[in-house]
Ligand binder design. Structure first.
Ligand code: GLC
Length: 473
């Protein structure tokens, strides 16, 4: 029995590696990334491009396997695509942004890289997450290779600084969180996540930490101070205002409203009637909780978003107690959040009138499909990493087992539909690269928990940490 099981595992892994190798993109003879998907049976659209967010799991698995060159080439080439001058033209990407994706084209016998900052993407969405992921990946590269010289090169220092300026310098609001338009991240369609979505805040936290470690002091004192200022505020804000468990639900239920001035307890003027507290009261386990999807003026989006919650655990944005509670919740609500294929991108889905109004009647995002409650195997690596980090390897193994039994037979689909995630996504690409790497990477985190250091930012610098504790009191 055990031998049979081993043979199945080996078979899935062999198929995964073969497919991954086939997705590698070359530019002037150097491997620089991986295609989003290699499915010749459907129109490619932009799935034949290298997406920055999709490449994260490829970059990490190649790093773990010692293929450092691939990640280094990716970081160097994407850096060249980042706009470096102030932009006053409405149709040009802002200074510091990183593209959503890029492709290698052949122009009159010469290879060129063409980037898409959302100007070609469906619905013209802005990829805010790309520059944050880029920084997190650069940090992973330095941790794995100890090649700090790469990050210290003038062009890398400039690139990091420009991302920080974009995030920290000019803004309309005065929250520690980052204000972004709808569809600015993995959910790159209208899904009611405009404002302060958790996914962006978790990545922002990691990116700030990465920048702090990689920027040299000379000429960057202002930015470093701004980072030290922002980090504890961001952490305290998320831990306090995004947190939902039964205790907090009770406070929200009894919130006073229309409070003016500094002493307001209900700072965002959340109306209890906007919270589905009856469903939540039934759904929340005693020892579980999670971070809300979005917090803004009179808005507390109580949907559970997986990427934001898992990255908050991995990066250390969530406190230790909160991390344990999130994992407890995933364990207790396995059928809702995992089902037959890890794991739901968000839960519960938007339904009925809400679905129509919020998504704009998007036929791809009908309830329990795609971004609206569909299941995405790429999330498996984050689930495994978060589970290993919180000492719950059992959860990681159970999730990997669930995926292993069908991923290869189903030809590594992009996503699954349905409440139990047993339907291959209606419009899912097959041989989706981040499905493949998500699975391979999850196994690596279980095999060697040391890999966690590649994506971990647990400790704030000491002087910043002591200030953070003040805010959290
Ligand atoms: C879809 C996903 C997005 C992903 C892209 C390429 O647009 O929503 O997150 O990056 O496909 O796989």
């Amino acid at each position: 029995m055990i031998i049979e099981q081993l043979a199945v595992e080996l078979n899935v892994e062999t198929k995964a590696w073969k497919a991954l190798e086939g997705s590698v993109v070359y530019y002037q003879g150097r491997a620089i990334g991986t295609l989003a998907a290699c499915d010749s049976t459907v129109e490619a659209l932009n799935y034949d491009q290298v997406f920055v967010r999709d490449f994260v799991s490829s970059g990490l698995i190649f790093l773990i396997k010692g293929r450092h060159d691939l990640l280094r080439n990716f970081l160097e080439e994407t850096l060249k695509l980042q706009p470096k001058t102030k932009q006053l033209d409405a149709y040009k990407p802002g200074r510091g942004l990183m593209p959503a994706s890029f492709k290698v084209v052949n122009l009159n016998g010469e290879e060129r890289i063409v980037a898409d900052f959302g100007e070609h993407a469906i619905a013209r969405v802005t990829p805010v997450d790309s520059c944050l992921w880029w920084l997190i990946l650069l940090h992973s590269y330095v941790v794995a290779t100890k090649d700090i010289e790469l990050a210290h090169k003038p062009e890398f220092q400039e690139g990091i600084r420009l991302i920080m300026e974009l995030c920290l310098a000019t803004r309309f609001d005065m929250y520690p969180t980052l204000l972004v338009p709808d569809g600015a991240c993995m959910i790159d369609r209208r899904m009611g996540i405009a404002g302060y979505p958790l996914e962006i805040q978790s990545l922002f936290y990691g990116a700030l930490q990465a920048a702090r470690q990689l920027l040299i002091c000379q000429d960057n004192q202002d930015i470093l101070e701004a980072i030290d200022n922002r980090l504890p505020l961001l952490r305290a804000h998320i831990r306090q205002h995004y947190w939902i468990d039964i205790k907090r639900l009770n406070s929200i239920y009894r919130f006073q409203v229309e409070e003016y001035g500094e002493t307001a307890v209900n700072q965002f003027n959340i109306y209890a009637d906007s919270i589905p507290y009856q469903q939540l009261e039934k759904w929340l386990p005693k020892n579980g909780g999670y971070l809300a999807g979005n917090v803004g003026p009179s808005q507390l989006d109580t949907r559970f978003f997986s990427l934001g919650n898992l990255m908050a655990i991995i990066s250390g944005l969530a406190s230790d107690e909160q991390s344990q509670a999130i994992i407890n919740l995933i364990d207790a609500k396995w059928d809702d959040l995992i089902g037959e294929m890890p794991m739901k991108i968000c839960y519960p889905p938007l339904e009925g009138k809400e679905y129509k109004l919020v998504t704009g009647c998007d036929p791809k995002n009908i309830p329990w499909s795609y971004h609206n409650g569909g299941s995405w195997p790429v999330l498996l690596w984050m689930l495994a990493a978060a589970a290993v980090k919180t000492g719950r390897v059992d959860i990681a193994k159970k999730a990997i087992d669930a995926a292993e039994s069908s991923l290869a037979d189903d030809e590594f689909p992009e996503y699954y539909d349905g409440q139990t995630a047993r339907l291959i996504g209606k419009q899912a690409r097959k041989y989706q690269t981040w499905t493949i790497t998500g699975f391979l990477l999850a196994k690596e985190f279980v095999k060697n928990p040391e890999n966690l250091q590649l994506v971990n930012f647990d400790n704030l610098p000491q002087e910043v940490d002591s200030r953070a504790c003040e805010f959290e009191l």
